[in-house]
Ligand binder design. Structure first.
Ligand SMILES: [Zn+2]
Length: 421
């Protein structure tokens, strides 16, 4: 039997999201988990909570790493709890992007910028400030409303071929279409990329940011797997899906965000005015060299994940036996994957805290760990603070520097549990 083939569960009902082939190879199986953004209010703590499989496959045709869709995007995204503006470094990251891309593409008052999954307007606000006409497209009505209230035109819709056609008709073609952390969340990536192709004007550019699968694997970031993320892209698998719709990836940047992301730059395949850059060629080759076009490269990931769980639990068991008080910081989706997979509840973590008022007073899905405002940590003075959004660890350690004044220590769970000095 091939090491990537674990036939403990029946094969998924549907084929590959990209090429349609049957999915036969497990990438990692994280068991059953609740939807990671479904925070539980106090009055629902005693009700049944739906759990769905978090079983990730890799396609042996196009090497797209993917989850099956168990819950419709309508269910997940219509009322979404993630407001981008609550993360300072993220807003700053997008401000720099808005300025550099406006420069690079010479965008001005006659240009048209569209952002797909524009959230609360955290990015488009910077283009608005530069005097560039924008349109946001955002399916979560509660989040879109925040953007609209800020004066950012926003269409409450899912993006795909049909939405692209209607925007094209109403507002004309786009000079820049951007999207960050949306490609992974699209149930039909072919339709999404077809939409990009449809709406993109001649000479226009698409930039899309997504967490980089090569980094996820190398750095053990299995907690970034959740039901809301259907696909996990490498440069190679993104290139494959864009090429199929007549778009060429001509440049790429490697970014530190979300544990290591790619920002790919695409143009119409026949727009040869923009040459494919050396760094795009180089990254492509690095992925080929890393084995991302061979099935066996994906096979070892599951065991690596199990070992991470054993180490984190060993740390927590030892801390609790020594009478230490451990709390969490943050209530991100990734924390919920981690805590549910590892079976960590209030037996290990007394509570967690989050800056988002939307989450405060609620409980983490599945584990029912209570979420308080950050001030709670100052009140309780715990021995260890487990940072769940480890991608923001520097920002959090700085904000919560006071923890060290009573001898408290910060701990990160990924790539493997470690106490920060
Ligand atoms: Zn495939």
């Amino acid at each position: 039997m091939h090491p990537a083939t674990q036939e403990s569960t029946p094969p998924p009902r549907r084929g590959c999201l990209c090429c349609g082939r049957p999915l036969r190879h497990t990438f990692v199986d994280l068991g059953m988990s609740p939807l990671c953004e479904s925070y539980v209010p106090a009055e629902k703590l005693e009700e049944m909570e739906p759990f769905y499989p978090l079983h990730v496959y890799v396609c042996d045709g196009c090497f797209l790493v993917q989850l099956q869709e168990f819950v419709s995007p309508e269910h997940i995204f219509t009322e979404y709890a993630y407001f981008s503006s609550y993360a300072d470094t993220w807003v700053e990251h997008m401000r720099r992007y808005a300025e550099s891309i406006s420069d690079r593409l010479a965008l001005g008052k006659d240009s048209f910028v569209v952002e797909v999954a524009s959230n609360d307007g955290y990015l488009l606000q910077h283009f608005v400030r530069l005097g560039i006409p924008v349109l946001g497209i955002e399916p979560a009505a509660n989040v879109a409303k925040v953007a609209i209230d800020k004066g950012i035109p926003t269409l409450v819709k899912f993006f795909g071929e049909a939405t692209a056609r209607s925007v094209l008709e109403d507002s004309g073609p786009a000079d820049l279409i951007c999207g960050a952390n949306v490609l992974a969340q699209v149930p039909d990536p072919n339709d999404f990329v077809r939409g990009l192709k449809t709406l993109l004007g001649p000479g226009g550019v698409v930039t899309i940011e997504f967490p980089h699968l090569m980094r996820l694997m190398a750095e053990n970031q299995f907690d970034t797997i959740y039901h809301e993320h259907f696909s996990y892209f490498s440069f190679l698998s993104a290139e494959h899906i864009f090429a199929a719709q007549g778009l060429t990836l001509f440049d790429v940047e490697e970014l530190p965000t979300h544990g290591g992301s790619l920002r790919i730059y695409a143009r119409h395949a026949d727009d040869t005015g923009r040459a494919v850059t050396e760094r795009a060629r180089a990254l492509r080759q690095r992925e080929v060299d890393a084995g991302l076009l061979r099935l066996e490269t994906y096979a070892g990931f599951g065991e690596q994940v199990k070992e991470t769980k054993r180490k984190l639990l060993a740390f927590l068991v030892e801390a609790k036996r020594a009478g230490k008080r451990v709390v969490g910081y943050g209530a991100p989706g990734k924390g919920n994957t981690l805590l549910n997979y590892c079976g960590i509840r209030t037996d290990f973590l007394d509570f967690t805290v989050d800056r988002s008022p939307y989450k405060q007073g609620k409980f983490l899905p599945g584990t029912h760990i209570p979420i308080f405002p950050p001030e709670k940590i100052r009140e309780v003075r715990p021995d260890y603070v487990l940072i769940l959004p480890w991608n923001f660890r520097d920002e959090i350690v700085e904000q919560m520097a006071e923890v060290r004044s009573w001898g408290g220590k910060f701990v990160v769970p990924i790539p493997s549990v470690s106490v920060l000095d």
